[in-house]
Structure formats: structure tokens, C-alpha cells
Design a protein around this ligand. Structure first.
Ligand code: TYD
Ligand code: MG
Length: 460
């Protein structure tokens, strides 16, 4: 942070990147939120401006009214051209909303937004503000993506005052700021990307969006530690926070909502990066599932839910004799403590002990399964590996396991079964309460009430 311009009378202070609190002295722990190692050096803003921005943000709307007086039809949504993105947003882009898209550099944020803005430019006025790439670069990418570019307006600018001035003239319906870390305001003296710059610039942009009803996408880079570079408070200032994730070596990308004032969180959109940009993957089961030709032991397919969709995933387990004093318990993509509980249930209620075995469990395809519906699949995978007895390749398993050894029903059982049938599965081991009343054509349902009944399937 050295070498940045400090005006006359500028005062050095420290900002917490976690909660945005200010301190006059550096310390290892933030006095406000208690986070460690989050204070970074910054320069104070001239006192005259303090708070001014936020105060007049809603000045035009400051009037007390009854909720019933305010029309619910105010919420106008625009389709973005990507139905995967629309779903993650909660059914399209809300007018006047501010959406933060975070992700590692190179993951495809600019590509996603260029394609989205290209499609949107056909129905609303659009402005793409790039602070990172030259107009030539942006234009080349848009052309390579085969987007209709005639109506997409472009601005290469990093000063927020100038951006807002030009935006006032252009009056875009949708605006992209790529990226917020490159934007600065002349009202703050610290360097672009610093906590106070990001916060103040974002505040001015958010205020503009709310005042004019412009939908705004902010791009934010994520640091190695997985946090948005810049203040965490950026997340509090916006309506929606989406993360764009995936391995750079792998062509699949997942767009996840972690905060949404206009829809459900944990909704997921799946894309594939191909040579002409991003393509939607509307059937994610197909990519997370690796079908084996022949049955292998330790592998079980389950139906989980991601947001509002059922998704088939494979759970693999490896159980092998341990030579360590403490046998290993390792769960990847699943909760480690849950695995320990399930092994204890197996021992207590079925007499199947694994205390002398290392147990590894993995969700294939880098998925995370956080719901308890995976319990029964984990139990069956571990047992299948222990006994070296494969389960049928056309079987799906789901259900929650209780501490008393009972198998409990899970939500949306019917929908999960239908997804399994659609992907060619012909048998399903499910909690008794989830067994369909009317038989589903082509599906043999194996209802179980206890873990003992389920494990009996592997000894018969
Ligand atoms: P980009 O959108 O620039 O990433 P971000 O804005 O998140 O930093 O995407 C860059 C990567 O995407 C780059 O490594 C190349 C790849 N890519 C493709 O594979 N196909 C394409 O059509 C495009 C435009 C990019
Ligand atoms: Mg980019």
C-alpha cells in the first residue's frame, strides 16, 4: 500500500475487510467483529463527505406508507437469455437489483456477462463498463462468441463519477461493472482495490441503480482464500451474490446463489465452457454421474437435490484394513462428523464394526452433498466396500438414518424417483414412507424401515 497519493490532512487508519469497521491503530484482531488478521491500512476520507452518499440514496423515497399502498407489481423481471442464470436469480433479472458475481480470475465471469448482455441488448438498453480490458479486447471476445453486438454499448472507464455521468446520459436498463476492484472514486484518496475504494465506489453504483431502476451486475474477483477481494461488506450492500466456480482444467462451471433477496439461495446453474463461450447444461445428472458398465463394490448412486432440482450423484467408498492406531475417517463432499455417526449406527444396530478399518467416502464429480438424504447411500457404499460386494448398477439409494437405526423419509421423494427413472434406473431403495402409493412404471421400489433391513440386502 505504499506510494499511494495521500492528500493534505489525510489520516491513516485501518479498515476491517470482514465487517468494514474502522480503527485508528492496527491490531491483530478486529475490535468490532472479532475476526483475526483482517485490518488493512487505508486513508481516511475528508470528513466533509462522510455519510453524504448514503444519506441521499433514498432521499426521494423517504415517506412513510402502508405496505398495502405499495404495489407488488413493482417487481419487473427480465429473462437473461440463459435459463440457468434466470433460475439462479430466482426467475430472471429484477429491475433495479444489484447482483454481485464473484469467482476466481479466468473462470469465465466476463464471458458469462458478455453473452448475457449480448442477449439482453436485444430487449433492453445495455452498457458494459470494463475497467480491466480495452474496448478492443471486449469487442473481440463478443464477436468470437458470435453475439449480436450492434446494440451492446461499451465503456472503458474506471472512475465512478465519470461512469455515472455517462450512464445518466445513456440510461441503460442493465449495466455491468467488470470489475469492482478496478473502479475508484476521486472522493477517496486510497488506491483502487482498497477497502474504502471498493466500498465507496460500490455504494455510489448501488445508489445509482436504486435511484434509476437500472439492473446492475458487479464483477468481483475472489482471492486465493476464497473470499471476495475487498470488503466482505460488499456482500451486504448488494441484493444478490452469485459465485461462479469450477476447475479451470475442467470445462464445467457452476453458478451458485449464496444470497438472494429475490429468490432462493443454494440454487445452482450449470454451464460448460466450450470454444465459443459458455453453454448451458440443463441436465446436470448426466455430468455428475459416471455410469459403470459393470457393478463395482463401494459405489452407490443417490438422488440429491441442488436448489430446486433433483440431481443424481455417485457416492464412492473405500474401506480397507487400518494399521494406524487411529483408523482414518475421511469424507470428501460430505460431512465428516456425519460419517462417524453413521459408522457408529452400523456398529450399534447392525453389529457391523469398522473400528479396525480406514473408511474413505467421496462424492464423484466434485459435488458437495449436505443433506441427510445421503445417509443411507453412505452406509450402503461403506458396507459394499467392506464386504467387497457390489450393488446393482441400476439401483439408486436415498434416505436419512436416525441414531436409533431407523430410516427416515426425505423431502420430494417422488420427484427423486422420477429423476432416477428418467436416467434409466430400475430399482430404488428408499425409506418406507417415501415409497410411492401408486407403482411407478419400470421401477422396483425396495422400501426399508431400518438400517438392518437395508444392510440385509447385501448379505442375502
Ligand atoms: P473470462 O471470462 O475472461 O474470465 P474472468 O472474467 O472470470 O476472469 O474467461 C477466460 C477463460 O475462458 C480463458 O481461460 C479462456 C476461456 N474461454 C474459452 O474457453 N472459450 C471462450 O469462448 C472464451 C471467450 C473464453
Ligand atoms: Mg474478466
Amino acid at each position: 500500500m505504499s506510494g499511494k497519493p495521500r492528500g493534505k490532512g489525510a489520516r491513516v487508519l485501518f479498515n476491517c475487510t470482514e465487517c468494514g469497521a474502522q480503527a485508528s491503530k492496527w491490531s491483530g484482531q478486529c475490535g468490532a467483529c472479532g475476526a483475526w488478521n483482517t485490518l488493512v491500512e487505508d486513508v481516511a476520507r475528508p470528513a466533509g463527505n462522510r455519510g453524504g452518499l448514503k444519506l441521499d440514496a433514498f432521499a426521494t423515497a423517504s415517506e412513510v406508507r402502508a405496505i398495502s399502498e405499495i404495489g407488488a407489481d413493482d417487481e419487473v423481471r427480465i429473462a437473461t437469455g440463459f435459463s440457468e442464470l434466470d433460475r439462479v436469480l430466482g426467475g430472471g433479472l429484477v429491475q433495479g437489483s444489484v447482483v454481485l458475481i464473484g469467482g476466481d480470475p479466468g473462470i469465465g465471469k466476463s464471458t458469462l456477462l458478455t453473452q448475457t448482455m449480448g442477449a439482453l441488448s436485444q430487449v433492453v438498453s445495455t452498457l458494459y463498463v470494463s475497467g480491466e480490458e480495452s474496448p478492443r479486447q471486449v469487442s473481440l471476445r463478443a464477436r468470437r462468441l458470435g453475439m449480436p453486438v450492434e446494440r451492446l454499448r461499451l465503456l472503458a472507464e474506471t472512475e465512478v463519477e465519470r461512469i455515472l455521468l455517462l450512464a445518466d446520459r445513456e440510461k441503460p436498463g442493465v449495466m455491468v461493472i467488470d470489475s469492482i476492484q478496478t473502479i475508484f472514486t476521486s472522493q477517496v484518496q486510497s488506491a483502487p482495490g482498497s477497502v474504502s475504494q471498493v466500498r465507496e465506489s460500490a455504494a455510489m453504483l448501488v445508489q445509482y441503480a436504486k435511484r434509476t431502476g437500472t439492473a446492475l451486475f458487479l464483477v468481483g474477483h475472489v482471492t486465493k482464500e476464497g473470499m471476495l477481494a475487498g470488503p466482505r461488506i460488499l456482500e451486504h450492500m448488494v441484493d444478490t451474490v452469485l459465485y461462479f466456480e469450477g476447475d479451470v482444467d475442467n470445462r464445467f462451471r457452476v453458478l451458485r446463489a449464496v444470497k438472494n433477496r429475490f429468490g432462493a439461495v443454494n440454487e445452482m446453474g450449470v454451464f460448460a465452457m466450450v470454444d465459443h463461450g459458455l453453454r448451458e447444461v440443463s441436465n446436470p445428472s448426466a455430468i455428475f454421474l459416471s455410469r459403470h458398465e459393470e457393478a463395482v463394490s463401494g459405489s452407490v448412486v443417490m438422488v440429491t437435490r441442488e436448489g430446486s432440482r433433483p440431481v443424481l450423484v455417485e457416492i464412492q467408498s473405500l474401506v480397507s484394513e487400518s494399521h494406524a492406531p487411529n483408523p482414518r475417517r475421511l469424507a470428501v463432499g460430505l460431512d465428516q462428523n456425519r460419517l462417524a455417526i453413521l459408522l457408529a449406527v452400523l456398529q450399534r444396530h447392525c453389529g457391523i464394526a469398522m473400528y479396525d478399518q480406514d473408511v474413505f467416502v467421496n462424492v464423484v464429480g466434485g459435488m458437495r452433498v449436505s443433506e441427510t438424504a445421503a445417509d443411507l447411500a453412505v452406509v450402503m457404499a461403506a458396507l459394499s466396500s467392506l464386504r467387497n460386494r457390489p450393488l446393482p448398477v441400476d439401483l439408486v439409494v436415498f434416505g436419512e438414518v436416525g441414531l436409533a437405526g431407523e430410516v427416515r423419509p426425505v423431502q420430494n421423494g417422488q420427484e427423486r424417483l422420477r429423476e432416477a427413472v428418467q436416467h434409466g434406473f430400475t430399482q430404488a431403495m428408499v425409506p418406507k414412507a417415501n415409497a410411492p402409493r401408486k407403482p411407478i412404471e419400470g421401477l422396483r421400489v425396495i422400501p426399508v424401515q431400518t438400517v438392518g433391513e437395508a444392510t440385509g440386502f447385501l448379505s442375502a
